[in-house]
Design a protein around this ligand. Sequence first.
Ligand SMILES: NC(=O)c1ccc[n+]([C@@H]2O[C@H](COP(=O)([O-])OP(=O)(O)OC[C@H]3O[C@@H](n4cnc5c(N)ncnc54)[C@H](OP(=O)(O)O)[C@@H]3O)[C@@H](O)[C@H]2O)c1
Length: 334
Amino acid sequence: MNRFLLPLSALGTVVGGAVLLKDNVAGGVCPSKATIPGKTVIVTGANTGIGKQTAFELAKRGGNVILACRDMEKCEAAARAIRRETLNHHVNARHLDLASLKSIREFAAKINEEEERVDILVNNAAVMRCPHWTTEDGFEMQFGVNHLGHFLLTNLLLDKLKASAPSRIINLSSLAHVAGHIDFDDLNWQTRKYDPKAAYSQSKLAIVLFTKELSRRLQGSGVTVNALHPGVARTELGRHTGMHGSTFSSTTLGPIFWLLVKSPELAAQPSTYLAVAEELADVSGKYFDGLKQKAPAPEAEDEEVARRLWAESARLVGLEVSHVSSVREQPLAR
Ligand SMILES: NC(=O)c1ccc[n+]([C@@H]2O[C@H](COP(=O)([O-])OP(=O)(O)OC[C@H]3O[C@@H](n4cnc5c(N)ncnc54)[C@H](OP(=O)(O)O)[C@@H]3O)[C@@H](O)[C@H]2O)c1
């Protein structure tokens, strides 16, 4: 019996250590128990992954949740599942393709016309490390969807968000923003050799800069905006990386990933926290790593870069934003 004691104790230590490590890496659960009955929430890219789980969390707290997705079949299926599991029937699917300025304008026009209020906007959707694709309007896909699409959407919904104040905007960035650089000479990768990883990092850095500049413009409006890194999570985000779904990934890397990677449920906690936590009511223009506020990369703090990116983004999507509450459409100029 004694000869089994040492290996059993070692095994226990390893398993216990692994569970602790997983918890440590995974981060925490939203500490706020706040409910949001009567509040209208929009979550982009909510048919799967972190977006779907965020929509679920906010529906559980009583919000009227709008899932904004490009694939209506998947979107309706997700909305049905959330309604069934939360017993909240105010969960609806709407079409939004962030790779199309026309689709974004149509979506925003309908929301502005049909919804009385928008209290929480979660800019969650993203595409990562895809091939050198372009959006309907000719923008590099990752910059176009992750940054420009959400930039236009947010601006078109700003008056509604202000009228619903106090309201909140949550922008999903990534730790990858630290490797990013905004190349104003070639934002859309037209002259440089395409680097999918660098393009993703640029788009995620652009989101933090957009957050900072928008927060500055929204001072005193009752609308807050913050950016976050949700942690590394087990989702479909890696679908273009080649590793996703491969045998090597599921057999060899699987156990390692189990230790290091969050479930979508845990990865949705930071978005939920930023959307509902009472103590964050007046916090704006900040970057969160999980549930903790952190300093982003130095380039993300550069106010001049943020202002210039705002002006360039407005020009690219055909918006002239002279004042934060007066958004005028302009002809596209690239
Ligand atoms: N997972 C991670 O480890 C991780 C780490 C850091 C940051 N993040 C960020 O967290 C957010 C959520 O990512 P995730 O991991 O949940 O990824 P995911 O499972 O791939 O989900 C991404 C969502 O974005 C949608 N989307 C993509 N292109 C779109 C478009 N043109 N129009 C509308 N929706 C579009 C997708 O729709 P389809 O299903 O139709 O493609 C999907 O619903 C992203 O902003 C991501 O950058 C994730």
